[in-house]
Design a binder for this molecule. Structure first.
Ligand code: C5P
Length: 239
């Protein structure tokens, strides 16, 4: 079965999302990412609406709070029917376990529990910033790996990571452990503010389980064509 790249809906209103989705065939079931920008302006209704259109939703809210609060919030997110959601691994083992429990509690018995992944170190954080701001003295990769192993220990399904970290994480975790990677650019395209990018086929080779693609699709003159090109490359079709 061909896999869908996850399209980052980095828009600030439902109207903008509707305009964007109108460029896709009506019956095309997409996998989309709703982040803080859209969620905080349109609320849970945006997720219900996208689900009602038949799309899969990765709700990227990166929860990080006390375990009790995260657990109850996750129960609510599971009730929305999200397919993937996430927390910060920095919240600790207990918080991650609570998040998982909350999702299980909120999922109807005939439905799949949403995939739960952890953010390790944000890719916007440099090694120097990690040392100075977080007083973490180990190298950045060691911190990323530690957080990934903690996520596995807490029963999470995987992590958000740069494709460059995927191989190292796969080696240290079980074979089902998910690596979801943003920072994807089709060969020959604009890099924008992303510093370390890989192409969809490189991401596949390196071991990404899911890829998240924003501007190369949302800002394309022909978004559906851009989506299909990226999807084909992701699924290993020769160019
Ligand atoms: O437009 P672009 O493809 O760069 O968008 C990537 C998406 O992935 C954005 O929604 C961005 O916030 C998100 N993201 C990222 N890097 C991370 C985590 C999330 O680019 N480390």
């Amino acid at each position: 079965m061909s896999q869908r790249p996850i399209i980052a809906l980095d828009f600030s209103s439902k109207n903008q999302v509707a305009d964007f989705l109108a460029k896709f065939p009506q019956n095309e079931s997409l996998f989309v990412k709703v982040g803080m920008e859209l969620f905080y302006q349109e609320g849970p209704e945006i997720v219900r609406w996208l689900k009602s259109l038949g799309h899969s939703v990765f709700l990227d809210l990166k929860l990080h709070d006390i375990p009790n609060t995260v657990e109850k919030s996750m129960t609510g997110l599971a009730k929305l029917g999200v397919d993937i959601t996430n927390v910060h691994a920095a919240g600790g083992l207990k918080m991650m376990e609570a998040a998982k429990n909350g999702l299980i509690r909120g999922t109807e018995s005939n439905k799949q529990v949403p995939v739960l992944i952890a953010v390790t170190q944000l890719t916007s954080t440099s090694e120097n910033e990690m040392h100075e701001d977080q007083l973490i003295e180990v190298p950045l990769t060691e911190s990323v790996l530690h957080y990934a192993k903690n996520a596995e220990k807490a029963g999470l399904d995987g992590v958000v990571c740069s494709a460059h970290e995927a191989e190292m994480i796969h080696q240290a975790t079980n074979e089902k452990f998910v690596c979801l990677t943003p920072g994807i650019r089709p060969s020959g395209s604009e890099v924008g503010d992303q510093k370390r990018v890989v192409t969809p086929s490189e991401a596949r080779t390196i071991g990404s389980t899911y890829i998240v693609v924003g501007r190369p699709i949302t800002q394309a003159i022909l978004p559906y064509e851009a989506y299909q090109t990226i999807k084909n490359e992701w699924n290993g079709a020769s160019k």
